[in-house]
Design a protein around this ligand. Structure first.
Ligand code: ADP
Ligand code: MG
Length: 298
């Protein structure tokens, strides 16, 4: 029976981002205004979603990870007035089957929180009191460990999975008004903060660029301090030159990033800055600049 459940669960949770997506949607359903996604080793060791939503009431502890348990519909007419993301009660039971699930939660009716551990079939294996704020933390360790093939695939594609997750979180961050999203990833070496990153500045229109010697026509800043960003420069040039191959764009760009997200100690003059986790950043930057230079925009 357990094996069948695992196969079915595999259909709901296909990869890291679909797993995290379910947890984030549960947090939004719970009315959270703060959603923090925290990963260890790109989600391979664990991923958790911490929220300040309504919390889970104790009478739900035993059943919430059982298949088809949901607190979000009461009876049939409710199906027509669904305003929540979830209602099938499949996410937590699937995650239980595919990894080690723990939940920490507290509602405003409780004075302390509860820490709960679940086994692969969705039953509570341990329960203890913990101090915590109102809200919920759901942790999944060792995702896909019961499915060796899927697990191998997961570690092989870890960087791509991670990139997919970051764009998913960006999508939620853009649309969920008034909700603060934070994502951190801790690897063997350091912890990387992927919170909000803002870029503002000026890019010249096609036809208003400069010649090959663009060194004094492109200016990059991080939090207002001048830096060299050869990779970003190369990217902007590439996009610009697809529409005007004779010129280079004039650029003034300031990146506002949280202090933890970058490392200024790469070169002795501290001008060459290394932004940790540039991959996802470069991707969304390219998309944005392509939009700016698309014919409808120019
Ligand atoms: P669904 O979202 O379809 O109801 P899930 O398996 O995703 O099913 O979640 C099961 C139940 O667990 C939810 O109906 C909800 O009551 C509770 N729950 C899960 N995550 C949270 C959360 N972050 N905050 C509050 N309640 C939660
Ligand atoms: Mg759900």
């Amino acid at each position: 029976k357990a094996a069948i459940h695992r196969i079915c669960s595999g259909q709901v949770i296909l990869d890291l981002s679909s797993a995290v997506k379910e947890l984030v949607e549960n947090s939004l359903d719970a009315g959270a205004s703060n959603v923090e996604v925290s990963l260890k080793e790109y989600g391979q060791e664990y991923f958790k979603v911490i929220d300040n939503g309504c919390g889970i009431s104790p009478n739900n502890f035993q059943v919430l990870a059982l298949k088809h348990h949901t607190s979000k519909i009461m009876d049939f007419p409710d199906l027509q007035s669904l305003t929540t993301f979830g209602f099938r009660g499949e996410a937590l039971s699937s995650l239980c089957a595919l990894g080690d699930l723990t939940i920490e939660t507290r509602t405003e009716n409780e004075s302390v929180g509860t820490h709960l551990k679940y086994d692969h079939s969705g039953l509570v294996t341990s329960e203890r009191k913990v101090a915590r704020q109102v809200g919920t933390t759901v942790t999944v360790e060792k995702l896909f460990s019961p499915l060796p093939v899927r697990s191998k695939e997961f570690s092989r594609n870890i960087r791509r999975e991670y990139g997919k997750l970051i764009s998913l979180l960006n999508a939620y961050a853009l649309i969920a008004k008034g909700v603060r999203f934070i994502c951190t990833n801790t690897t063997g070496k350091n912890s990387v903060y992927i919170g909000r990153l803002e870029v503002e500045g000026f890019l010249s229109k096609p036809g208003f660029g400069c010649g090959r010697n663009m060194g004094d026509r492109q200016f990059f800043y991080i939090n207002g301090r001048p830096v060299d960003m050869p990779k970003v420069s190369k990217l902007v040039n590439e996009v610009y030159r697809t529409s005007n191959s004779k010129q280079y764009p004039i650029v003034i760009m300031n990146f506002t990033v949280p202090a933890k997200a970058y490392d200024v100690n790469v070169t002795p003059d501290k001008r060459k800055v290394f932004l940790s986790d540039e991959g996802p950043l470069m991707l969304s930057l390219r998309e944005t600049i392509e939009k700016i230079y698309s014919p409808s925009h120019c």
